[in-house]
Design a binder for this molecule. Sequence first.
Ligand code: UDX
Length: 425
Amino acid sequence: MSLKISIVGGGYVGLVTGTCFAELGHEVTIIEIDPEKVRAINDGKPPIFENGLGDLLKKNAGKRLRARTDYDSVASADIVFISVGTPPKPDGSANLSYIESASTSIGKVLKNNRSYCVITVKSTVPPGTTEKIVWPAVIQASGKTENEIGFAMNPEFLREGRAVEDFLHPDRIVIGCSDPRAGNRVADVYQNIQAPIIHTGLTAAEMIKYASNSFLATKISFSNEIGNLCKVLGIDVYEVMKGVGLDARIGPLFLNAGAGFGGSCFPKDVSALVSLAKENGEDPVLLESVLTVNEHQPHRMISIVEKRVGVIKGKRIAILGLAFKDNTDDIRDSRAIPVIQELVEKGACVTAYDPLAIPNMQKIFPAIEYCSTAAGALTGADACLVMTEWPEFSKIDKEFGLMAHKIVIEGRRILTWKGGEGICW
Ligand code: UDX
């Protein structure tokens, strides 16, 4: 079954989702306000770096996938997905203004849609948003009755760098809906994907996304807390977590201790859940601690440098890895940012290398020394901090020999290098 799909928001999630829906055989229009992004998508050139996306976009652009700046496609859509940003407000809660304005814009055009259409939220939103913000805004602007429209919430679980793979082979598909007819329409979109489908109410689907990301972040902060104690006691936390993770009730993934978690989702989503809990009179001590442990990890790495090299001022410190994780050029909330910030404040001469993320980091720290190779960053360095789990760092053993003092602090356990003083979690 081929459906007519409109997706509001051509950012990371909207673009990957839209391209993959087109690949599944649907007719997709991405609605995006940025004309440059629209042009890039229609030319089959991804405006972001994501493994496997370029080929799928090239294959489908101009055929089953197109991008527009207007909402016209909503007038003939079977289903509309909202995948606009929900950035954090200063207090950590989610800013829902883009969700609201997208809902109103959809409603205005939906007026002219003669068939049943389901409005589906894909953005990560606090429980109650689809029912209390999207639903009334669409109904008010469209003048439609609830028999003519359905509402759904279908969260995404796409990891950057592996988003296409995650989309095509998900662990589960979560569909929250206002009524079974709406839920079945969303399920039809995924009919060619093999995965269990969980049907829930709207608010439960919204909460599943926050709870999933917060649980993963909790696993990481828990491993970091154990790892910090292991460090003091001279125990290898990776050996410990291997033993812990083999218990099927715990699972082996997301137990890697080190620099902590970054990216556009975990820090933002845990903060939003903390805010939501507080607004509702709860005291979310566990979730707050997950954030606190994460904030402390970069500083702990620098304390180790200080213990080994003495005063930081004037020391040459190499940073390997700027992206918040491997396979992406994304530096949002990257743990490299607080590390570089503190090193610069303490007067270090920072050299940095990353295979993809240098242009993005240059916008934040224009004055540090960027190198086009790991060798360039390591030459003459007093210490090195590994901030990103790029697999290529396991192949540069010789380059570590170029350091003046071979002190390497591994914020991600990926090195095979055994020379000098390797210090890891
Ligand atoms: C995450 C979720 O995994 C995804 O399901 C969701 O929808 C979006 O947010 P993403 O932010 O792309 O995906 O990255 P992820 O691979 O989950 O890693 C997040 C951060 O945790 C990275 O900084 C990574 O380096 C760090 N991490 C991960 C650890 O520190 N230890 C681990 O064991 C695993």
